[in-house]
Design a protein around this ligand. Structure first.
Ligand code: PLP
Length: 458
Protein backbone atom coordinates (compact mmCIF):
# COMPACT_ATOMS: atom_id res chain seq x y z
CA UNK A 1 0.00 0.00 0.00
CA UNK A 2 1.43 3.36 -0.90
CA UNK A 3 1.53 6.15 1.68
CA UNK A 4 -1.12 7.99 -0.35
CA UNK A 5 -3.42 4.96 -0.43
CA UNK A 6 -2.85 4.44 3.28
CA UNK A 7 -3.77 8.05 3.97
CA UNK A 8 -6.96 7.79 1.90
CA UNK A 9 -8.17 4.54 3.48
CA UNK A 10 -7.03 5.72 6.88
CA UNK A 11 -9.20 8.82 6.60
CA UNK A 12 -12.08 6.61 5.42
CA UNK A 13 -11.68 4.39 8.47
CA UNK A 14 -11.41 7.36 10.85
CA UNK A 15 -14.50 8.95 9.27
CA UNK A 16 -16.36 5.70 9.77
CA UNK A 17 -15.28 5.52 13.42
CA UNK A 18 -16.21 9.17 14.08
CA UNK A 19 -19.72 8.63 12.65
CA UNK A 20 -20.08 5.38 14.55
CA UNK A 21 -19.10 6.91 17.86
CA UNK A 22 -21.37 9.89 17.23
CA UNK A 23 -24.39 7.62 16.67
CA UNK A 24 -23.78 4.14 18.12
CA UNK A 25 -27.47 4.08 19.05
CA UNK A 26 -28.56 3.76 15.43
CA UNK A 27 -27.68 0.06 15.47
CA UNK A 28 -29.59 -2.61 17.40
CA UNK A 29 -27.45 -3.08 20.51
CA UNK A 30 -27.73 -6.86 20.39
CA UNK A 31 -26.68 -8.37 17.05
CA UNK A 32 -29.65 -9.72 15.09
CA UNK A 33 -27.89 -12.63 13.48
CA UNK A 34 -28.21 -16.36 13.85
CA UNK A 35 -25.19 -18.45 14.80
CA UNK A 36 -23.21 -19.26 11.66
CA UNK A 37 -24.80 -16.47 9.60
CA UNK A 38 -21.60 -14.45 9.20
CA UNK A 39 -19.55 -17.58 8.54
CA UNK A 40 -21.95 -18.61 5.78
CA UNK A 41 -21.87 -15.13 4.24
CA UNK A 42 -18.08 -15.24 3.84
CA UNK A 43 -16.10 -17.32 1.35
CA UNK A 44 -14.98 -20.68 2.69
CA UNK A 45 -11.45 -20.05 1.45
CA UNK A 46 -9.21 -17.00 1.56
CA UNK A 47 -8.43 -15.05 -1.64
CA UNK A 48 -5.53 -16.17 -3.82
CA UNK A 49 -4.92 -12.61 -4.95
CA UNK A 50 -5.22 -9.43 -2.95
CA UNK A 51 -8.43 -7.44 -3.04
CA UNK A 52 -8.96 -3.67 -3.17
CA UNK A 53 -9.29 -1.95 0.18
CA UNK A 54 -12.61 -0.43 -0.99
CA UNK A 55 -14.08 -3.93 -1.27
CA UNK A 56 -12.73 -4.99 2.10
CA UNK A 57 -14.09 -1.89 3.85
CA UNK A 58 -17.45 -2.29 2.10
CA UNK A 59 -17.68 -5.91 3.29
CA UNK A 60 -16.77 -4.80 6.80
CA UNK A 61 -19.81 -2.54 6.79
CA UNK A 62 -22.13 -4.90 4.87
CA UNK A 63 -21.28 -8.22 6.53
CA UNK A 64 -19.27 -7.73 9.72
CA UNK A 65 -21.07 -4.80 11.34
CA UNK A 66 -24.49 -6.53 11.32
CA UNK A 67 -22.90 -9.34 13.33
CA UNK A 68 -21.70 -6.91 16.00
CA UNK A 69 -23.23 -6.65 19.45
CA UNK A 70 -22.48 -3.02 20.20
CA UNK A 71 -20.57 -2.65 23.44
CA UNK A 72 -20.24 1.07 22.58
CA UNK A 73 -24.03 1.45 22.45
CA UNK A 74 -25.52 3.60 25.24
CA UNK A 75 -28.16 0.90 25.73
CA UNK A 76 -25.52 -1.75 26.42
CA UNK A 77 -26.30 -2.58 30.05
CA UNK A 78 -25.37 -6.26 30.10
CA UNK A 79 -22.38 -7.88 31.87
CA UNK A 80 -20.45 -4.68 32.62
CA UNK A 81 -21.11 -1.61 30.47
CA UNK A 82 -17.85 -0.42 28.92
CA UNK A 83 -16.61 2.26 26.51
CA UNK A 84 -13.83 2.51 23.99
CA UNK A 85 -13.33 6.25 24.45
CA UNK A 86 -11.92 8.37 21.63
CA UNK A 87 -8.48 9.00 23.22
CA UNK A 88 -8.23 5.28 23.97
CA UNK A 89 -9.01 4.41 20.36
CA UNK A 90 -6.35 6.83 19.12
CA UNK A 91 -3.82 5.36 21.55
CA UNK A 92 -4.68 1.87 20.26
CA UNK A 93 -4.31 3.02 16.67
CA UNK A 94 -0.86 4.48 17.25
CA UNK A 95 0.24 1.46 19.30
CA UNK A 96 -0.79 -0.78 16.41
CA UNK A 97 1.12 1.37 13.95
CA UNK A 98 4.29 1.19 16.06
CA UNK A 99 3.80 -2.59 16.38
CA UNK A 100 6.11 -2.85 19.37
CA UNK A 101 6.79 -5.99 21.31
CA UNK A 102 7.62 -5.17 24.92
CA UNK A 103 9.27 -8.40 25.96
CA UNK A 104 12.46 -6.66 27.10
CA UNK A 105 13.26 -3.07 28.00
CA UNK A 106 15.68 -3.10 25.09
CA UNK A 107 13.13 -4.42 22.62
CA UNK A 108 10.75 -1.56 23.47
CA UNK A 109 11.86 0.98 26.09
CA UNK A 110 8.67 2.98 25.53
CA UNK A 111 6.40 0.01 26.27
CA UNK A 112 8.22 -0.83 29.49
CA UNK A 113 8.56 2.68 30.83
CA UNK A 114 5.15 4.03 29.84
CA UNK A 115 3.57 0.96 31.46
CA UNK A 116 5.44 1.71 34.69
CA UNK A 117 4.52 5.41 34.57
CA UNK A 118 0.82 4.86 33.79
CA UNK A 119 0.53 2.22 36.50
CA UNK A 120 2.28 4.49 39.00
CA UNK A 121 -0.30 7.21 38.29
CA UNK A 122 -3.13 4.68 38.58
CA UNK A 123 -1.75 3.46 41.90
CA UNK A 124 -1.68 7.04 43.19
CA UNK A 125 -5.18 7.75 41.88
CA UNK A 126 -6.64 4.66 43.52
CA UNK A 127 -4.76 4.99 46.81
CA UNK A 128 -2.76 1.78 46.48
CA UNK A 129 0.71 1.53 48.05
CA UNK A 130 3.44 3.47 46.26
CA UNK A 131 5.94 0.63 46.24
CA UNK A 132 3.80 -1.98 44.47
CA UNK A 133 4.98 -3.32 41.14
CA UNK A 134 2.53 -3.26 38.25
CA UNK A 135 2.27 -4.72 34.79
CA UNK A 136 -0.45 -5.01 32.18
CA UNK A 137 -1.89 -8.31 31.00
CA UNK A 138 -4.69 -8.85 28.54
CA UNK A 139 -7.39 -9.90 30.99
CA UNK A 140 -8.15 -10.19 34.70
CA UNK A 141 -8.38 -13.94 34.21
CA UNK A 142 -4.71 -14.03 33.25
CA UNK A 143 -3.80 -11.61 36.08
CA UNK A 144 -5.52 -13.82 38.65
CA UNK A 145 -3.88 -16.92 37.21
CA UNK A 146 -0.50 -15.26 37.71
CA UNK A 147 -1.48 -14.36 41.29
CA UNK A 148 -2.32 -18.00 42.00
CA UNK A 149 0.93 -19.12 40.38
CA UNK A 150 2.87 -16.65 42.55
CA UNK A 151 1.00 -17.88 45.63
CA UNK A 152 1.90 -21.44 44.72
CA UNK A 153 5.54 -20.42 44.37
CA UNK A 154 5.50 -18.62 47.72
CA UNK A 155 4.09 -21.75 49.38
CA UNK A 156 6.15 -24.36 47.52
CA UNK A 157 9.11 -22.90 45.55
CA UNK A 158 9.97 -26.37 44.16
CA UNK A 159 6.69 -26.39 42.27
CA UNK A 160 8.51 -24.41 39.59
CA UNK A 161 10.81 -27.34 38.87
CA UNK A 162 8.81 -30.33 40.05
CA UNK A 163 5.27 -29.32 39.27
CA UNK A 164 2.40 -28.58 41.61
CA UNK A 165 2.24 -30.90 44.60
CA UNK A 166 -1.17 -32.23 45.47
CA UNK A 167 -2.97 -30.65 48.36
CA UNK A 168 -2.46 -26.91 47.80
CA UNK A 169 -5.75 -25.10 48.38
CA UNK A 170 -7.21 -21.85 46.99
CA UNK A 171 -10.06 -20.07 48.77
CA UNK A 172 -12.58 -17.70 47.31
CA UNK A 173 -16.28 -17.03 47.74
CA UNK A 174 -19.23 -18.60 46.00
CA UNK A 175 -19.76 -15.19 44.33
CA UNK A 176 -16.22 -14.99 42.91
CA UNK A 177 -15.61 -14.91 39.18
CA UNK A 178 -15.02 -18.24 37.44
CA UNK A 179 -11.54 -17.00 36.45
CA UNK A 180 -10.30 -17.85 39.95
CA UNK A 181 -11.26 -21.49 39.52
CA UNK A 182 -9.80 -21.50 36.02
CA UNK A 183 -6.55 -20.06 37.40
CA UNK A 184 -6.36 -22.93 39.89
CA UNK A 185 -7.00 -25.39 37.06
CA UNK A 186 -4.32 -23.77 34.89
CA UNK A 187 -1.56 -23.88 37.52
CA UNK A 188 -2.30 -27.48 38.41
CA UNK A 189 -3.93 -26.98 41.80
CA UNK A 190 -7.16 -28.47 40.54
CA UNK A 191 -10.82 -27.60 40.86
CA UNK A 192 -11.33 -29.95 43.80
CA UNK A 193 -8.96 -27.78 45.80
CA UNK A 194 -10.84 -24.53 45.30
CA UNK A 195 -13.02 -23.75 48.32
CA UNK A 196 -15.93 -21.46 47.57
CA UNK A 197 -16.83 -20.11 50.97
CA UNK A 198 -20.41 -19.09 51.71
CA UNK A 199 -21.43 -15.42 51.61
CA UNK A 200 -23.54 -13.29 53.93
CA UNK A 201 -26.96 -11.85 53.08
CA UNK A 202 -25.25 -9.13 51.02
CA UNK A 203 -23.18 -11.60 48.96
CA UNK A 204 -19.88 -10.87 50.74
CA UNK A 205 -17.40 -13.57 51.69
CA UNK A 206 -17.86 -14.67 55.31
CA UNK A 207 -14.50 -14.45 57.12
CA UNK A 208 -15.65 -16.91 59.79
CA UNK A 209 -16.43 -19.48 57.08
CA UNK A 210 -13.05 -18.78 55.45
CA UNK A 211 -11.17 -19.33 58.73
CA UNK A 212 -13.15 -22.51 59.40
CA UNK A 213 -12.38 -23.87 55.90
CA UNK A 214 -8.66 -23.16 56.37
CA UNK A 215 -8.68 -24.90 59.77
CA UNK A 216 -10.45 -27.94 58.31
CA UNK A 217 -7.93 -28.20 55.48
CA UNK A 218 -4.95 -27.82 57.81
CA UNK A 219 -6.34 -30.55 60.05
CA UNK A 220 -6.64 -32.76 56.95
CA UNK A 221 -2.96 -32.18 56.11
CA UNK A 222 -3.62 -29.87 53.14
CA UNK A 223 -1.73 -26.63 52.41
CA UNK A 224 -3.76 -23.43 52.11
CA UNK A 225 -1.85 -21.20 49.69
CA UNK A 226 -4.07 -18.45 48.30
CA UNK A 227 -7.19 -16.49 49.17
CA UNK A 228 -8.92 -14.54 46.38
CA UNK A 229 -11.20 -11.81 47.67
CA UNK A 230 -13.38 -9.74 45.36
CA UNK A 231 -14.03 -6.01 45.42
CA UNK A 232 -17.04 -5.74 43.11
CA UNK A 233 -18.28 -9.24 42.38
CA UNK A 234 -19.57 -10.05 38.93
CA UNK A 235 -23.21 -10.69 39.77
CA UNK A 236 -23.99 -8.04 42.39
CA UNK A 237 -20.77 -5.95 42.76
CA UNK A 238 -20.61 -6.87 46.44
CA UNK A 239 -17.39 -6.06 48.29
CA UNK A 240 -15.76 -8.78 50.37
CA UNK A 241 -14.56 -7.66 53.84
CA UNK A 242 -10.91 -7.40 52.85
CA UNK A 243 -9.58 -6.14 56.25
CA UNK A 244 -10.91 -9.25 58.05
CA UNK A 245 -9.78 -11.50 55.20
CA UNK A 246 -6.29 -9.91 55.23
CA UNK A 247 -6.03 -10.61 58.95
CA UNK A 248 -6.78 -14.29 58.34
CA UNK A 249 -4.25 -14.45 55.51
CA UNK A 250 -1.59 -12.86 57.71
CA UNK A 251 -2.39 -15.26 60.55
CA UNK A 252 -1.90 -18.32 58.33
CA UNK A 253 0.74 -16.79 55.99
CA UNK A 254 -1.44 -17.19 52.92
CA UNK A 255 -1.13 -15.09 49.74
CA UNK A 256 -4.03 -12.63 49.45
CA UNK A 257 -5.15 -11.72 45.94
CA UNK A 258 -7.88 -9.13 45.34
CA UNK A 259 -10.00 -9.25 42.20
CA UNK A 260 -11.15 -5.66 41.63
CA UNK A 261 -11.62 -6.17 37.88
CA UNK A 262 -14.75 -4.03 37.75
CA UNK A 263 -14.80 -1.84 40.87
CA UNK A 264 -11.12 -0.89 40.94
CA UNK A 265 -11.76 2.01 38.56
CA UNK A 266 -14.22 3.80 40.86
CA UNK A 267 -11.45 4.17 43.48
CA UNK A 268 -10.46 7.25 41.47
CA UNK A 269 -13.33 8.93 43.31
CA UNK A 270 -12.17 9.22 46.95
CA UNK A 271 -15.67 8.78 48.37
CA UNK A 272 -15.60 5.16 47.12
CA UNK A 273 -12.23 4.32 48.65
CA UNK A 274 -13.98 2.55 51.53
CA UNK A 275 -14.25 -0.39 49.13
CA UNK A 276 -10.44 -0.65 48.91
CA UNK A 277 -10.02 -0.78 52.70
CA UNK A 278 -7.56 -3.53 53.56
CA UNK A 279 -6.36 -3.92 49.96
CA UNK A 280 -3.04 -2.35 50.93
CA UNK A 281 -2.42 -5.56 52.89
CA UNK A 282 -2.94 -7.75 49.82
CA UNK A 283 -0.11 -9.52 48.01
CA UNK A 284 -1.63 -8.83 44.61
CA UNK A 285 -4.59 -7.10 43.00
CA UNK A 286 -6.09 -6.97 39.55
CA UNK A 287 -8.23 -4.23 38.02
CA UNK A 288 -9.49 -3.76 34.46
CA UNK A 289 -9.30 -0.32 32.83
CA UNK A 290 -11.01 -2.07 29.90
CA UNK A 291 -14.06 -2.55 32.07
CA UNK A 292 -14.88 0.79 33.62
CA UNK A 293 -12.05 3.18 32.74
CA UNK A 294 -12.92 4.04 29.15
CA UNK A 295 -9.96 2.09 27.79
CA UNK A 296 -10.55 -0.20 24.79
CA UNK A 297 -10.32 -3.95 25.32
CA UNK A 298 -7.81 -5.34 26.24
CA UNK A 299 -6.11 -3.75 29.22
CA UNK A 300 -5.98 -5.39 32.63
CA UNK A 301 -3.68 -4.08 35.36
CA UNK A 302 -1.94 -6.44 37.76
CA UNK A 303 -0.24 -5.16 40.89
CA UNK A 304 1.84 -7.05 43.37
CA UNK A 305 3.61 -6.19 46.58
CA UNK A 306 5.94 -9.14 45.96
CA UNK A 307 7.28 -8.91 42.39
CA UNK A 308 10.30 -10.94 43.52
CA UNK A 309 8.04 -13.96 44.00
CA UNK A 310 6.35 -13.52 40.62
CA UNK A 311 9.75 -13.19 39.02
CA UNK A 312 11.12 -16.23 40.79
CA UNK A 313 8.10 -18.19 39.62
CA UNK A 314 8.45 -17.25 35.95
CA UNK A 315 11.78 -15.72 34.96
CA UNK A 316 13.50 -17.87 32.37
CA UNK A 317 16.02 -16.13 30.11
CA UNK A 318 17.10 -17.83 26.91
CA UNK A 319 20.47 -16.72 25.60
CA UNK A 320 19.05 -14.75 22.71
CA UNK A 321 17.14 -12.57 25.16
CA UNK A 322 19.92 -11.96 27.65
CA UNK A 323 20.67 -8.27 28.28
CA UNK A 324 22.94 -6.33 30.61
CA UNK A 325 21.59 -5.96 34.15
CA UNK A 326 20.33 -2.50 34.91
CA UNK A 327 17.83 -1.95 37.75
CA UNK A 328 15.98 0.67 35.70
CA UNK A 329 15.64 -1.58 32.66
CA UNK A 330 12.67 -3.75 33.67
CA UNK A 331 12.19 -6.76 31.43
CA UNK A 332 8.47 -7.42 31.53
CA UNK A 333 8.86 -10.94 30.15
CA UNK A 334 10.24 -11.88 33.59
CA UNK A 335 6.88 -11.33 35.25
CA UNK A 336 4.67 -13.95 33.73
CA UNK A 337 3.96 -16.45 31.00
CA UNK A 338 3.78 -14.16 27.94
CA UNK A 339 7.04 -13.29 26.26
CA UNK A 340 5.69 -10.70 23.88
CA UNK A 341 3.33 -7.96 24.95
CA UNK A 342 1.42 -5.25 23.13
CA UNK A 343 1.81 -1.57 23.82
CA UNK A 344 -1.36 -1.46 25.92
CA UNK A 345 -0.09 1.31 28.18
CA UNK A 346 -0.31 3.86 25.38
CA UNK A 347 -4.11 3.83 25.21
CA UNK A 348 -4.38 3.88 29.01
CA UNK A 349 -1.97 6.80 29.21
CA UNK A 350 -3.95 8.66 26.52
CA UNK A 351 -7.18 8.10 28.47
CA UNK A 352 -5.61 9.17 31.76
CA UNK A 353 -4.16 12.34 30.26
CA UNK A 354 -7.18 13.29 28.19
CA UNK A 355 -9.76 13.03 30.96
CA UNK A 356 -7.58 13.47 34.05
CA UNK A 357 -8.44 11.80 37.35
CA UNK A 358 -11.24 14.20 38.16
CA UNK A 359 -12.75 13.92 34.67
CA UNK A 360 -12.79 10.13 34.83
CA UNK A 361 -14.11 10.13 38.38
CA UNK A 362 -16.98 12.41 37.33
CA UNK A 363 -18.02 10.10 34.49
CA UNK A 364 -18.03 7.10 36.82
CA UNK A 365 -19.86 9.02 39.54
CA UNK A 366 -22.59 9.77 37.02
CA UNK A 367 -22.93 6.05 36.26
CA UNK A 368 -23.35 5.37 39.96
CA UNK A 369 -25.89 8.19 40.25
CA UNK A 370 -27.92 6.76 37.36
CA UNK A 371 -27.89 3.32 38.97
CA UNK A 372 -28.97 4.73 42.34
CA UNK A 373 -31.80 6.61 40.64
CA UNK A 374 -32.98 3.41 38.98
CA UNK A 375 -32.72 1.57 42.31
CA UNK A 376 -35.02 4.18 43.88
CA UNK A 377 -37.57 3.71 41.10
CA UNK A 378 -37.50 -0.05 41.53
CA UNK A 379 -37.93 0.29 45.29
CA UNK A 380 -40.94 2.55 44.71
CA UNK A 381 -42.71 0.09 42.39
CA UNK A 382 -44.59 -2.61 44.32
CA UNK A 383 -44.36 -5.05 41.38
CA UNK A 384 -40.54 -5.18 41.58
CA UNK A 385 -37.91 -5.76 44.24
CA UNK A 386 -34.16 -5.32 44.30
CA UNK A 387 -32.33 -8.56 44.93
CA UNK A 388 -28.99 -7.12 46.11
CA UNK A 389 -27.59 -3.85 47.45
CA UNK A 390 -26.42 -1.37 44.80
CA UNK A 391 -23.02 -0.05 45.94
CA UNK A 392 -21.87 1.03 42.48
CA UNK A 393 -23.45 1.11 39.01
CA UNK A 394 -25.09 -2.32 38.74
CA UNK A 395 -28.70 -2.91 39.77
CA UNK A 396 -30.02 -6.42 40.45
CA UNK A 397 -33.79 -6.75 40.67
CA UNK A 398 -36.69 -8.93 39.74
CA UNK A 399 -40.35 -8.72 39.06
CA UNK A 400 -42.29 -10.37 41.88
CA UNK A 401 -43.19 -13.39 39.79
CA UNK A 402 -41.70 -16.63 38.59
CA UNK A 403 -38.23 -17.12 37.14
CA UNK A 404 -39.84 -17.74 33.74
CA UNK A 405 -41.66 -14.43 33.91
CA UNK A 406 -38.42 -12.65 34.67
CA UNK A 407 -36.60 -14.44 31.88
CA UNK A 408 -39.36 -13.36 29.50
CA UNK A 409 -38.93 -9.74 30.61
CA UNK A 410 -35.23 -9.99 29.79
CA UNK A 411 -35.98 -11.53 26.38
CA UNK A 412 -38.53 -8.85 25.49
CA UNK A 413 -36.27 -6.00 26.54
CA UNK A 414 -33.36 -7.45 24.59
CA UNK A 415 -35.54 -7.98 21.51
CA UNK A 416 -36.20 -4.21 21.45
CA UNK A 417 -32.75 -3.51 20.05
CA UNK A 418 -32.61 -0.47 22.32
CA UNK A 419 -31.35 -2.07 25.53
CA UNK A 420 -29.26 -5.16 26.21
CA UNK A 421 -29.38 -6.46 29.76
CA UNK A 422 -28.15 -9.69 31.28
CA UNK A 423 -29.34 -11.77 34.19
CA UNK A 424 -27.91 -13.82 36.99
CA UNK A 425 -29.05 -16.24 39.67
CA UNK A 426 -29.09 -15.13 43.30
CA UNK A 427 -30.23 -17.36 46.14
CA UNK A 428 -31.36 -19.88 43.54
CA UNK A 429 -33.65 -17.46 41.70
CA UNK A 430 -33.20 -15.79 38.32
CA UNK A 431 -32.67 -12.08 38.65
CA UNK A 432 -32.48 -9.21 36.18
CA UNK A 433 -29.28 -7.22 36.14
CA UNK A 434 -28.69 -3.80 34.66
CA UNK A 435 -25.12 -2.50 34.45
CA UNK A 436 -24.36 1.13 33.66
CA UNK A 437 -20.84 1.94 32.55
CA UNK A 438 -20.85 3.39 29.05
CA UNK A 439 -19.75 6.98 28.61
CA UNK A 440 -22.66 7.66 26.23
CA UNK A 441 -25.34 6.37 28.61
CA UNK A 442 -27.56 9.14 29.98
CA UNK A 443 -30.56 9.26 32.30
CA UNK A 444 -32.79 9.07 29.18
CA UNK A 445 -31.35 5.64 28.32
CA UNK A 446 -31.80 4.36 31.85
CA UNK A 447 -35.36 5.71 31.94
CA UNK A 448 -36.06 3.97 28.64
CA UNK A 449 -34.65 0.72 30.01
CA UNK A 450 -36.93 0.96 33.03
CA UNK A 451 -39.90 1.75 30.77
CA UNK A 452 -39.18 -1.31 28.62
CA UNK A 453 -38.85 -3.52 31.70
CA UNK A 454 -42.20 -2.35 33.04
CA UNK A 455 -43.90 -2.79 29.65
CA UNK A 456 -42.43 -6.27 29.34
CA UNK A 457 -43.74 -7.13 32.81
CA UNK A 458 -47.23 -6.37 31.41
N1 PLP B 1 -13.24 -10.73 37.76
C1 PLP B 1 -14.44 -10.15 37.83
C2 PLP B 1 -14.96 -9.68 39.15
C3 PLP B 1 -15.22 -10.02 36.68
O1 PLP B 1 -16.44 -9.47 36.75
C4 PLP B 1 -14.70 -10.46 35.45
C5 PLP B 1 -15.48 -10.33 34.20
O2 PLP B 1 -16.55 -9.79 34.15
C6 PLP B 1 -13.43 -11.05 35.43
C7 PLP B 1 -12.74 -11.17 36.60
C8 PLP B 1 -12.83 -11.55 34.15
O3 PLP B 1 -12.36 -10.49 33.42
P1 PLP B 1 -11.49 -10.70 32.09
O4 PLP B 1 -12.48 -10.82 30.98
O5 PLP B 1 -10.65 -9.49 31.99
O6 PLP B 1 -10.71 -11.95 32.26
Amino acid sequence: MTPEEFRRHGYQAIDWIADYLAHPGRYPVLARVAPGQLTDALPAEGPERGEPMETILADFERLVVPAVTHWNHPGFMAYFGISASEPGILGELLATALNLNGMLWKSAPAVTELEQVALRWLRQWTGLPEDWFGCIYDTASIGSMHAIAAARHAAVPESRTRGTPQGLVVYTSEQAHSSIEKGAIAVGIGQDYVRKTPVDSEFRMRPDALAAAIERDLAAGLRPCCVCATVGTTSTTSVDPVPAIAEICERYAIWLHVDAAYAGSIMLAPEFRWAFAGCERADSLVTNPHKWLLTPVDCSVFYTRRPDVLRAAFSLIPEYLRTADDPRAVNLMDYGVPLGRRFRALKLWFVMRYFGREGLADILREHVRLAQELARRIDADPRFARTAPTPFSVVCFRCKGTDDENRRIQERVNASGEIFMSGTVLNGRFTLRLAIGNQATTSAHVERAWELVREAAG
